[in-house]
Write a protein that binds this ligand. Structure first.
Ligand SMILES: *Cc1c(COP(=O)(O)O)cnc(C)c1O
Length: 358
């Protein structure tokens, strides 16, 4: 039983081309005689790796001049307290709760005062994200926080918020770089790399320049966006190898034609799977059609007792990582940028066969 297609939610599958390139450069990067892992992060050999990764990320996102892209650590969850530390400045903030991750973000922010709920879909089991127009916030809020794709619940926002008066902070961990976005709709975007970008240990943060001046004085330097920004993400040793792999992924995305092309493929892949689920009375997905995630497709078998057989059979067919998150159970196929259409076809073929034999 070896893995042909990996549907894990994260750490997740990476483009094969990227892994092959990393392997070919593993012992000797660019004739330096060193592995990237062994290089000083301040040395002349490493400098272009960081430089190019940053430039390619900016290119992919079409990042305006007044935004910084930082390579941080600590994962997305560390931003749950870094965001208030860097931005709250004794004011209030409003949080949209649309699933497991944004609920956790809201809870983690509670030790700070002035944290309110803007909208919540908890009472409907997160089957539909609260409409942007329904978010309630205060006119003096420091920011509004939301999560653009709920990895556990399979719920995605497709529109960029059009709220001009309050900065929007967005956890984009699981759908960053899956489609073009309008950056100027956001004040801050953050994402753990291990879903759609690269290895765990690297966290991407995009921040608008004017939001760098609000950090609490007690914020430690490694957690202070402004200090990190002024030090080129190197106030201490960055996740140097993770940045290198992320750079290879950015390059791969540019070669795929950029985010517009990737979005088309993501629509095709997710439609193929949802259309199949909807065509059966064997599998079910309960998420409202307007919010069905293109990245994390949650589903159940009507007869839930078949779930463990489904998973065992999937692995026999080389299909790994389909178990739903421990918080909600069921099944989940994560089909990030690196998952090929071929992988989705293999999954649907297996689902058909399992249905016919059960
Ligand atoms: C995975 C995930 C997280 C947690 O990321 P860590 O890097 O483990 O801290 C947070 N938010 C979303 C949307 C995620 O998908």
């Amino acid at each position: 039983m070896s893995c042909k297609f990996n549907f894990s939610a994260g750490p997740a599958t990476l483009p094969k081309d990227v892994l092959v390139k990393a392997q070919s450069e593993f012992l000797d990067w660019n004739g330096t005689g060193m592995s990237v892992m062994e290089m000083s992060h301040r040395g002349k050999e490493y400098a272009p790796i960081l430089q190019n990764a940053g430039a390619d990320l900016k290119k992919l996102l079409d990042l305006p001049e007044n935004y910084k892209a930082l390579f941080l650590q600590g994962g997305a969850v560390t931003q749950n307290f870094m965001v208030p530390m860097n931005l709250l400045d004794k004011r209030t903030a409003s949080y949209v709760v649309s699933g497991y991750w944004s609920k956790r973000t809201f809870n983690d922010a509670q030790p700070f005062s002035g944290i309110n709920i803007a909208a919540s879909s908890e009472s409907i089991n997160y089957t539909k994200a609260p409409k942007i127009e329904s978010w309630e916030y205060k006119k003096n809020d420091a920011y509004i926080h939301f999560c653009s794709n709920e990895t556990v619940d399979g719920v995605e926002y497709f529109d960029d918020p059009n709220i001009k008066d309050i900065p929007i902070v967005c956890d984009m961990s699981s759908n960053i770089l899956s489609k073009p976005i309008n950056i100027s709709s956001y004040g801050v975007i953050y994402a753990g790399a291990q879903k759609n970008i690269g290895p765990a240990g690297l966290t991407i943060l995009i921040v608008r320049d004017d939001l760098l001046d609000f950090a609490d004085k007690k914020t430690p330097s490694t957690l202070n966006w402004k200090i990190q920004s002024e030090n080129n993400s190197m106030i201490n040793t960055p996740a140097s190898y993770g940045i290198y792999i992320a750079g290879l992924v950015f390059d791969w995305l540019i070669k795929q034609g950029g985010l517009g092309s990737i979005e088309k493929i993501n629509i095709k892949k997710s439609n193929y799977l949802y259309d199949f689920i909807d065509s059966t009375d064997f599998y079910i997905n309960n998420v409202d059609k307007v919010n069905r995630s293109r990245m994390n497709i949650t589903f159940n078998i009507y007869n839930d007792e078949l779930t463990s057989d489904f998973l065992a059979g999937a692995e026999k067919n080389g299909l790994f990582g389909l178990k739903g998150h421990r918080a909600i159970g069921g099944l989940r196929a994560s089909i990030y940028n690196a998952m090929s259409f071929e992988g989705v076809i293999a999954l649907v073929d297996y689902m058909k066969e399992f249905k016919n034999t059960h």
